[in-house]
Ligand binder design. Structure first.
Ligand SMILES: NC(=O)c1ccc[n+]([C@@H]2O[C@H](COP(=O)([O-])OP(=O)(O)OC[C@H]3O[C@@H](n4cnc5c(N)ncnc54)[C@H](OP(=O)(O)O)[C@@H]3O)[C@@H](O)[C@H]2O)c1
Length: 229
């Protein structure tokens, strides 16, 4: 059995995705990790982790992948069926890069990441692994007022701006300076076509929505859960 830990969970993409592939899957909607672990069924072999527990889970793990350690966030935990040992990993990076890699040219060297939360840290980590220099644009240091979109090959929206139900919101950047040479990637997956993507597409940019990342990170989690141990 697999599952998803988060709070609140609302509609979960993962449950339908795993059940559609024939796996038993439970949503574990708990405000604290302690409550979840106290009630964790013995047959659970792995679980995904979402907001607000991607960092909270770390002190309760027995080991972590290098990626999860360096990013400081876990979105997937494998449970050893014999020992109960819990290993944390981060498959957001696999999902993010899997959707970008087929579209990114050899010459792309500079990326801007809008927002500085957990998803932003995962994006920055995998970009750096692939030799792409990153600038994180944040409200807290007033980064938006001096942000020049034309200086970047890739611009990633790693904020929740534009997410359902506030679908008219978009990051406050100068869209007129985005060109057809830019790849604009929105991590938001609901709606699939966000205002950010529409504004960037209007400038001729190549756009990527968050759904492919969502699917690829789930596939990567399932591979980890099912790996022979
Ligand atoms: N497609 C996928 O598979 C996938 C995977 C993970 C996450 N996501 C999506 O990625 C987005 C970010 O996730 P997260 O976990 O990193 O979220 P988060 O921690 O809640 O927020 C990310 C950052 O966005 C900025 N931000 C928040 N509210 C804002 C606002 N009103 N205006 C401007 N900036 C704002 C903040 O950065 P500053 O304070 O520095 O401005 C914040 O740290 C969410 O929409 C999430 O659903 C998608």
């Amino acid at each position: 059995m697999y599952g998803l830990l988060g709070f609140p969970l609302g509609h979960s993409f993962s449950k339908g995705w795993f059940e559609g592939r024939g796996y038993k899957y439970t949503n574990f909607e708990y405000p604290t990790v302690e409550e979840f672990l106290a009630k964790l069924p013995a047959e659970v072999r792995g679980f995904s982790v979402t907001i607000p527990h991607k960092q909270n889970i770390i002190p309760y793990l027995d080991s972590m992948s290098d990626a999860a350690c360096q990013i400081g966030a876990v979105n997937c935990v494998v449970v050893d069926p014999l020992t109960g040992v819990k290993t944390g990993d981060n498959t957001d990076v696999v999902g993010f890069w899997g959707a970008l890699e087929p579209l990114i040219g050899e010459g792309a060297k500079k990326a801007a990441i809008l927002g500085s939360g957990g998803a932003s840290k995962a994006v920055e980590w995998i970009m750096l692994q692939n030799g792409i220099e990153c600038t994180v644009v944040s409200r807290t240091d007033n980064g938006y007022s001096s942000f020049e979109p034309q200086n970047y090959d890739v611009i990633v929206n790693a904020t929740p701006l534009g997410m359902f139900p506030k679908v008219d919101a978009a990051p406050p950047i100068d869209y007129s300076k985005i060109s057809r040479n830019t790849i604009c990637y929105d991590l938001v997956y609901n709606p699939s076509d966000t205002r950010f993507l529409k504004l960037c597409r209007r400038q001729g940019a190549t756009v990527i929505g968050g759904i492919k990342m969502l699917h690829l990170q789930a596939e990567a989690a399932l591979r980890l859960f099912e790996a022979p141990r």
